[in-house]
Design a protein around this ligand. Sequence first.
Ligand SMILES: Cc1ncc(COP(=O)(O)O)c(C=O)c1O
Length: 398
Amino acid sequence: MSLSDIAAGAKASATMALNARAKNLSLQGKDVVNFTIGEPDFDTPDNVKQAAHRAIQAGFTKYQPAAGMPELREAIARKLQADNGLDYEPGEVLVSNGAKQALYMIMLCLVQQGDQALIPAPYWVSYVHQARFCRAEVVIIDATGTEDLKPTPDLLADALTDRARLLVLNSPCNPTGAVLTREEFAALVELALERDLWIISDEIYEKLVYDGARHVSPAAFSKEARDRIITINGASKTYAMTGWRLGYAAGPLEVIQAAARLQSNMTSGPDSVAQRAALEALTGPQGSVEEMRVAFDRRRRLLVDGLNAIPGIACLLPQGAFYAFPDCRGLLGKSYAGRKVQNSLELCEALLDQAGVAAVPGTAFGAEGFIRLHFAKADEEIEKALERLGAFAESCDD
Ligand SMILES: Cc1ncc(COP(=O)(O)O)c(C=O)c1O
């Protein structure tokens, strides 16, 4: 059978693949602590679920406008004004089936064959797939050597060519948990605007920040910034709504209208019930967000302190999101219970098979030598995983 180039070239998400493998082992009766898929272990808040019930009972189960239902686009515009200092009309907001789809729609509007998309590493792997899907060339800005794993203007300047058209920024960052300060954002945005780049600012973890770190929306810096930045966000992480598939983009009218046209042909628009649920999430009580953030904050310290106590592992304390991204180079090149581990993929395989801990190798994020764990998990699970990781490190034969 001969498949299209796009289908033949598409790789399944590494995170999803490892998650499937870990789940399979669990089904076979193995006790696995699964750190692969990053989603809150909290349930969707009750008021949100009830809004969805009401929508179903009221028969709100039909096609909605392709770019999203008007009340939700308006609520998102109000949220962006109140939380982020961003001025958007509802018409400048696109609602999609998850932030992932919003990102696809926007990338399809901004890059194509011959263009370069600049993506700082460590990165969320989907950006790379999305840019390639649009036939753009991916240029990695390698920030894996910086102290805090954040991209710098110097690194951006080194990556710039005449074909550079798009810069993707993600703060708080998946997988590092790094949060860009206003000054750090401003320096990157200034350079990108000088070179007339588009910028995608993925802010899906905005509410999950710790130690007094503040989330900044770069589109609020100036009119020039607003004209070139598309802000991405969604309900998945903030409201524990990963399965509802509800995300959005806000940006210049021309881009949003084009993305909406594409979306109308692709999915006919987001799910009607999920939209009513998201409307309640955005406009209803916000207590659950802080409750979750406080729990994640505690678990963050538990996980990172525990990781740093294991010889061979060094982990930065993430300031945002819910991921720990330990540098495990100290564990590589050694044998564990007779099994040689040379790189982060082999390390993750050995961890899964020998210690029953499922993590994602750094290569999935452009950062060999690291692994990603998350702390959207119960304290007991984190403690169990730490014990197992410690025992694994001690089982080193060398
Ligand atoms: C950085 C980042 N952006 C976007 C998304 C996509 O979120 P959604 O569930 O809304 O598609 C994720 C999900 O893991 C993410 O980590």
